[in-house]
Design a protein around this ligand. Structure first.
Ligand code: PLP
Length: 221
């Protein structure tokens, strides 16, 4: 079942777009099933769940952290993640640097920008984002450990396709703006699109889609 769904989605996604299989709340066996079908990139949104699963699974899996990350949990994920997609504050970035030093790791991150209308969705606003990037560029110890690779955003959960499209276009436009403003950073990655809205995200220029339910089925919370 998982293999079929993966194959179906892969056949519809352009080759240059990376597919993150979001395995949160699904057991290790489901991850293994996807792995056996060729999937190597997975996403989790809870630190302890990632830290529990990763050691039980093959080492050539790449893990993206995609959820709200509390500072005191950063230490659990830094040994395992290849990319943290959900950096939404300077304080969090500072802690990621600290733990990257401690575990002697180089890490890639995305900055999460708030495009949704919903209060519950997190992310930086425009002013915060520029302040964070200025601080990053002025802090050599941060730049040595951490590479900013682009932006992540979550659209509003709505049936209104025009609104979703508009929100994805906003993230794409921000990428263009940041490329001009900070040419020393590569803003190439644009992580947007989930089970319900990834076709719109791909049309809008997404380079990473994060898909859970459409691969693994409904989550049992
Ligand atoms: C859970 C989650 C997803 C995947 O959601 P689905 O609707 O199951 O595809 C994508 N991105 C983030 C940040 C998530 O937390």
């Amino acid at each position: 079942m998982i293999a079929e769904r993966l194959a179906e989605i892969r056949s519809q996604i352009p080759e240059q777009v990376q597919l993150v299989a979001v395995s949160k709340f699904h057991p290790v066996e489901s991850v293994r099933e996807a792995y056996e079908a060729g999937q190597r990139l997975f996403g989790e949104n809870r630190a302890q769940e990632l830290a529990e699963k990763a050691p039980q699974l093959p080492e050539d899996i790449q893990w993206h952290f995609i959820g709200t990350l509390q500072r005191n949990k950063v230490k659990y994920i830094v040994p395992y993640v290849s990319l943290i997609e959900s950096v939404d504050s300077e304080a969090l970035l500072q802690e990621i640097v600290k733990q990257a030093n401690r575990f002697d790791r180089q890490l890639r991150i995305l900055l999460q920008y708030k495009i949704a209308q919903e209060e519950s969705k997190s992310g930086l606003d425009h002013t915060e984002l520029l302040a964070l990037v200025d601080h990053y560029l002025a802090t050599p110890e941060w730049r040595e450990r951490i590479t900013i690779c682009g932006l992540m955003g979550m659209a509003t959960l709505t049936a209104d396709k025009e609104q979703i499209r508009h929100e994805f276009d906003t993230l794409r436009a921000l990428q263009t703006e940041l490329r001009e403003r900070y040419p020393e950073i590569s803003w190439d990655e644009l992580s947007m699109g989930m089970s319900s809205d990834w076709p719109l995200a791909v049309e809008a220029g997404s380079t990473i889609v994060r898909i859970g339910t459409a691969i693994f089925g409904e989550r049992q919370y």
